[in-house]
Design a protein around this ligand. Structure first.
Ligand code: NAD
Length: 499
């Protein structure tokens, strides 16, 4: 087992073996047979952290072979036995929280406290689904057929391919993998090329937890090539993808030929609605929290801030004041609120979204880019007078760019909020119960959070409507994405009296 360590990472980790520069297939650390490699960079410094191999198509098929073989034994374990292995994995994630957070901050850029929070969040799904695996009940069906017993049992769907993004490099994997594995399915994870090291650290800890070879695999390679192969593979029965709506549509199409079970967690364009009864300061502070998490690179980020005209000016003042206090810098340093964006293209996209809005009449309230501490950093921007003609209204800007729009009544704000192809999450701030109920019912979103920025966690059915996705992750239904319902009819049982 080779261990090439990047200087930065090797000196920063308590357990350097968590940093792996290989794919993980069938319980083995695997290099690419074609010799193709890609560098992975620290977005804060631009320094190369290490390299990952790109596997050849035959090696990806090898991962499917391994998962197929592992499925036989993994599904045959009792649910409580799988639970024990997953809980051991959970314990290791907790024990290595600090190293996992350091790896995440280095490859993704988010501030260390946020990375620690993500490890905690990601681990919590492992514990949740470890337990949920023991509750995959079938049903007893009152029979309409004479002398028969009817019912259902739940069975694992089979091999699941999991394709994940870079903004939450650990939790987006565990939220899927723990559900699939608890249900009895082996998984093949294809993490984002920008953030593979968190996925590989998960593999190292899965091995230490006694998860058998072939049950948790991490493949690396050219994204379109690997995904196409996994979607075309008949033996892969489920695809779960988190990422952009653009790629989600492509994968859905590619899965059609093999009629896979497809779950999609796609983009968002969250409205943040502030009612006229709100204290502008309270609402503005909440909006800042909902906007700038992970430097705005969050599917739940408040993308369009819709404020009642009666408190608009006071809200803008409070928002600007709060935003000015945010610190921007390398996530490894203390007291940092916003790390870098993931790469230069993300910075260019943010700048073009601001330019587009200003050229169409928005007012730039704050956002001086000359203060950015490096080429991948983007200083928080606040604009007012945002309108539906602007990109910042329709596109998921995935950056620390906040746009505010004034509205005059509830019907207008409902129309504004629903004016998007996305339907992931919406925020509502008001204490008026009639308004809460009206908005809750009218908003075309999978998740609506009222007077709370925090809305996620293991018990929650996370997911979107419209073009934000298919299916739900977490909660009591999250495991269903990896289960088939088998109906049985036991006929010719004889009558109860025996006659
Ligand atoms: P992305 O769609 O570019 O990439 C996601 C994954 O798909 C990565 O593993 C990537 O390597 C792979 N990929 C990229 N291009 C591909 C292609 N042509 N064919 C096949 N696979 C390909 O998304 P991203 O930029 O990594 O992540 C940001 C997006 O993820 C945002 O839209 C965000 O809203 C979304 N997201 C959604 C949720 C959710 O739960 N709904 C959570 C986090 C992120």
């Amino acid at each position: 087992m080779n261990m090439k360590l990047s200087k930065t990472l090797s000196t920063l980790l308590d357990d350097p073996r968590l940093f792996r520069q290989y794919a993980y297939v069938d319980g083995k650390w695997t290099h690419g047979e074609g010799g193709r490699e890609e560098a992975v960079f620290d977005p804060a410094t631009g320094e190369a952290l290490g390299h990952i191999p790109w596997l050849e198509p035959e090696q990806i098929r090898g991962a499917v072979d391994a998962a197929e073989a592992a499925f036989v034994h993994w599904r045959a374990l009792r649910a409580d036995e799988r639970c024990e292995r997953l809980l051991a994995w959970y314990d290791l994630l907790q024990a290595h929280r600090e190293d996992l957070a350091t790896i995440m901050t280095l490859e993704q850029g988010k501030p260390l406290p946020d990375a620690r929070g993500e490890v905690e969040y990601g681990a919590s799904f492992v514990r949740w689904f470890a337990e949920e695996g023991k509750r995959t009940y079938g049903d007893t069906i009152p029979s309409h057929i004479p002398n028969a017993a009817l019912g259902t049992i739940k069975e694992p769907v089979g091999i699941a391919a999991l394709i994940t993004p870079w903004n939450f490099p650990l939790a987006m994997i565990t939220r899927k993998a723990a559900a699939a594995m608890a249900a009895g399915c082996p998984v093949i994870v294809k993490p984002a090329g920008e953030t593979p090291f968190s996925a590989l650290a998960l593999a190292e800890l899965a091995e230490r937890a006694g998860i058998p070879a072939g049950v948790f695999n991490v493949v690396l390679g050219e994204p379109a090539e690997v995904s196409k192969l996994l979607c075309a593979e008949e033996r892969v029965k489920a695809l779960s993808f988190t990422g952009s709506t653009r790629v989600g549509r492509l994968l859905l199409e590619q899965c059609a030929n093999t009629v896979k079970r497809v779950s999609l967690e796609l983009g968002g364009n969250a409205p943040f609605i502030v009612g006229p009864d709100m204290d502008p300061k309270e609402a503005a502070y909440a909006a800042v929290a909902a906007k700038f998490q992970t430097a705005g690179q969050d599917c739940l980020a408040a993308n369009r801030i819709l404020v009642h005209e009666s408190i608009h000016d006071a809200f803008v003042e409070q928002f600007a004041e709060r935003m000015a206090a945010l610190t921007v810098g390398n996530g490894l340093e203390s007291e940092i609120d916003l790390g870098p964006l993931i790469h230069r293209q993300a910075v260019e996209k943010a700048a073009s979204i601001v330019d587009d809005a200003i050229s169409r009449g928005a007012t730039l309230v704050a956002g001086d880019q000359s203060a950015a501490p490096g080429p991948n950093f983007f200083m928080p921007v606040l604009m007012t007078g945002v309108t539906p003609e602007m990109k910042v209204w329709h596109e998921e800007n995935f950056s620390p760019v906040a746009g505010i729009t004034a509205y005059s009544d509830d019907d207008q704000v409902i129309e504004m909020a629903n004016d998007t192809e996305y339907g992931l999450a919406a925020y509502v701030y008001t204490h008026d119960i009639r308004r809460i109920w009206k908005l809750l019912r009218a908003l075309e979103y999978g998740m609506v959070s009222v007077n709370s920025v925090k809305m996620t966690g293991p018990p929650v059915p996370f997911g979107g409507v419209k073009q934000s996705g298919l299916g739900r992750e977490g909660g009591i239904t999250g495991i269903d994405e990896y289960l088939e319902t088998k109906y049985y009819c036991l006929g010719a049982l004889g009558s109860v009296s025996g006659s």
